[in-house]
Write a protein that binds this ligand. Structure first.
Ligand code: MTE
Ligand code: MOS
Length: 775
């Protein structure tokens, strides 16, 4: 048996996923007496709550209780990091979709029927529904923050060329296949166990305790798996769980709360949409001199996780490029919409698009090749510090760029595409390239810690528990591989178990792509502690030196002069137990080297960077605005991949999810602030036919992480989502071909057929698209 790590292994639940045998919370057998919850939501976006009349609803058949703010024994606040984010609105209505009350009934149908009978009276006020209005009124959820280096004003003034532009990107619904759900089971003395589809079990525990008004030790949050999270279950799962817990506590019965898709989409936060405005200064070759950028995020009505999202957007505005003088100001605009939250990339995707827009405009302005202008500005030796003060170490940008260009046969295809465009008046093709640098770690240093708990049983089977949650990304199999590697046993001997606040406490969310980096090391520590005990005992027992004991292939070899002895791993485990050796251990890890000053916005927030590059080819129909991705070539740095099969799946999935964000997924609110794209019929996520028909994904080979990451691997969960930026660039390239590339293209995302068509129209007329030239 060879090594367990750096090896393609299928997801531990792959067969269960595809045969329907994997248990999600809604599949678990319900104990007798289980009640079902349904939420009463506001249909008004802003106003004063006058009355919630539950008289009729309470008397509906099957209804056990209708709960509102006064039924919460503790604090009516589900804020993750801020405050005053009530579970049930008290007097202010902040968005259409805000929870006002919850019905609990014997059946789901009874609960939903009663929701219709709750009478709500709201004095409506004028809502703020867009970023521009919020900026104008200085309506923010937090003070603006700035990353600054050098003197951008002076550098812009003296730059040989200067361009200004603005554009915007939309938000994105997570569209996890399993909607938000929690099941709360009351125990004795007020104890409560909550099964939650959450990325953050510890926050579920804390927020349930806050609302119940009890100690943390009364609440146990358990998560076997999520049917997708994508950031949408980092903070939002907590209030869903808290609502179930409050109802279970109130009724003394088990309560399940599952949000139907429409309620889920209307009530929970999404990716932040952003408006941008920037001025960029550069020289005759296209070398960047300075950037002055404003990034305005639509935070929605409350803080939620917006500070982290804005900070990550600001620390990724530079993307792959050295910009000597730099200012990026981030506004967190308060609007009367869902409170926007984490979404794969966490502000990174919204940060990296700015320079991609700028460099295309620069290349056009100078009549240069945008691919070359990009490479000219890459971070490099001697110009390798980010505007927030972190060195860009082990820079793989040039390598990724060269490999993607070679793999994608850029010269041949550029010529083919140009020939195609010259010959075709209706269909136009475009090519786009994108380089990526993405920082790995939570921006807040204290969040970068993890714990694990490993038991070895006397038959040699191993139970593995850690603080990370499995949402389909393959965390459990990767950490199991690590433990198997420590003990040199087959992966089948490892049993990963449900994440639980009772087993590993005080955990961070599984987010920021750090799941394996953090929990993998913690599990390694736990396993290694046990292994060392086993070695020490075996040395004593067999009278040999520790160096004479070797774990390999599920066995333990004791090298004795003349006679080698071989035990199975299980036999040694049993021997250790007889010798009264503990075969259970916790493990703990904290990421070294990181620090961050959130006020100055300086430090080393990231343990390392992950790199990548993408090349995408698209076709547009200039009569309808429809578009297709014809081919994508991706190179992604995963360090020395722990599991190339899992990583490949993550890269493909992330890319297509990014493609959805930038092309077809459009959130649309009506003039009264009601989200009208609240289901798959109106909100279009990419389908199987949107996957590029030619899709070449390569893991950057021979690139072990220089930092001491677990087995020299790198995180993969979020970075490849940004590779889809190449699709957006390619679309602009195709649109530019319409007007003979005589004007810059503004293409707001998502690049829906309407937007593409409008941009084609402007290109046809050779109209400047929101650019002022100067110099
Ligand atoms: N992959 C699947 N299948 N489902 C998910 O919900 N979430 C993504 C990514 N990949 C997600 C996924 C997000 S937002 C993050 S931060 C990482 O997985 C989290 O897991 P990791 O840290 O273990 O990579
Ligand atoms: Mo991922 S957005 O960090 O949950």
């Amino acid at each position: 048996m060879s090594a367990q790590v750096h090896k393609a292994r299928r997801h531990d639940s792959a067969l269960k996923h595809v045969t329907g045998q994997a248990l999600y919370i809604d599949d678990m057998p319900e104990p007798p007496g289980t009640l079902h919850g349904a939420l009463v939501l506001s249909t008004i976006a802003c106003g004063k709550l006058v009355k919630v009349d539950i008289a009729v609803a309470s008397k509906m058949p099957g209804v056990v209780a209708v709960l509102g703010p006064t039924d919460i024994p503790g604090k009516n606040d589900v804020a993750a990091i801020g405050q005053n984010e009530p579970l049930f609105a008290v007097d202010r209505i902040e968005f259409a979709g805000q929870a006002l009350a919850m019905v609990v009934a014997d059946t789901l149908d009874a609960a939903r029927a009663a929701v219709e009978k709750v009478v709500v009276e709201i004095e409506a006020e004028e809502p703020i529904l867009d970023i521009a209005t919020a900026l104008e009124r200085k309506a923010y959820v937090q003070a603006p923050s700035t990353v600054l280096r050098g003197d951008p004003d002076a550098a812009l003034a003296s730059a040989p060329h200067r361009l200004e532009a603005e554009f915007s990107v939309g938000g994105q619904e997570h569209f996890y296949l399993e909607g938000q759900i929690a099941f709360a089971l009351p125990g004795e003395d007020g104890d409560i166990t909550v099964q939650s589809s959450t990325q953050h079990p510890t926050e579920v525990q804390h927020i349930c305790a806050r609302l119940l008004g009890c100690d943390f030790n009364r609440v146990t949050a358990v998560v076997r798996r999520l049917g997708g999270g994508f950031g949408g279950k980092e903070s939002n799962a907590s209030w869903v769980a808290a609502a179930a817990a409050v109802a279970a506590n109130h009724t003394g019965r088990p309560v399940k709360l599952r949000l139907p898709r429409e309620v889920d989409m209307v009530a929970t936060g999404k990716r932040h949409g952003f408006d941008y405005r920037y001025t960029v200064g550069f020289d005759d070759e296209g070398r960047l001199r300075a950037l002055d950028a404003v990034l305005a995020a639509d935070a929605g009505w409350s803080l939620d996780l917006t500070p982290g999202v804005v900070a990550r957007a600001l620390t990724h505005t530079d993307n792959a490029y050295w910009i000597p003088h730099f200012r990026a100001v981030g506004y967190a605009c308060r609007t009367n919409k869902q409170s926007n939250t984490a979404f794969r990339g966490f502000g990174g995707p919204q940060g990296v698009v700015i320079m991609e827009d700028a460099l295309d405009r620069i290349a056009l302005h100078l009549g240069r090749d945008p691919v070359e202008v990009r490479a000219l500005n890459f971070y490099a030796e001697g110009r390798d510090e980010t505007p927030y003060g972190q060195k860009v170490d082990e820079n793989h940008l040039a390598r990724c760029w060269a490999e993607v260009k070679q793999g994608g046969e850029i010269e041949r295809r550029r010529a083919e595409i140009d020939a195609f465009n010259a010959a075709n008046p209706v269909l136009k093709r475009g090519l786009g390239l994108f380089p990526l640098k993405f920082g790995i770690s939570f921006n807040l240093p204290h969040m970068n810690q993890a714990g694990a708990l490993v038991h070895v049983y006397t038959d040699g089977s191993i139970r593995l528990n850690h603080g990370g949650t499995e949402m389909g990304q393959g965390l459990f199999i990767k950490v199991a591989q690590i433990v198997a590697e420590v003990f040199k046993v087959d992966i089948d001997r490892i049993r990963p178990s449900a994440t639980s606040t009772a087993e590993v406490p005080n955990t961070s969310p599984t987010a920021a792509s750090t799941g394996t980096d953090l929990n993998g090391w913690a599990a390694w520590e736990a396993a290694n502690t046990i292994r060392q005990r086993m070695v020490a005992y075996a040395a004593e027992h067999f009278g040999v030196a520790e160096a004479d004991i070797e774990f390999a292939d599920g066995t333990v070899r004791i090298a004795k002069p003349g006679s080698n002895q071989v035990l199975s791993f299980g036999e040694l485990a049993k021997l250790c137990w007889l010798g009264r050796v503990s075969l259970s251990s916790t493990g703990y890890y904290k990421t070294p080297k990181i620090h961050w000053d959130p006020v100055a916005m300086r430090g080393r927030p990231f343990f390392y960077f992950s790199f990548g590059a993408a090349m995408a080819e698209v076709a547009i129909d200039t009569l309808t605005g429809e578009s297709r991705v014809l081919r994508a070539d991706l190179v992604q740095d995963c360090g020395e991949s722990l599991n190339p099969a899992i990583d490949l799946g993550q890269i493909e999935g992330a890319f297509v999810q990014g493609q959805g964000w930038l092309t077809c997924e459009e959130l649309w609110w009506d003039a009264r602030g009601r989200l009208r794209t609240a289901g798959p019929s109106t909100y279009k996520i990419p389908g199987s036919r949107d996957v590029p028909p030619v899709f070449n994904v390569t893991l950057l080979d021979n690139a072990p992480s220089r930092e001491a990451t677990i087995f020299r691997s790198k995180a993969v969960g979020e970075p490849p989502l940004m590779l889809a930026t190449a699709v957006w660039t390619a679309l602009k390239d195709a649109i530019g071909a319409v007007g003979g590339r005589n004007a810059a293209v503004r293409l707001d995302a998502p690049a829906t057929p309407e937007r593409v068509l409008a941009a084609v129209e402007r290109a046809r007329q050779g109209r400047e698209q929101s650019v002022t030239r100067n110099g």
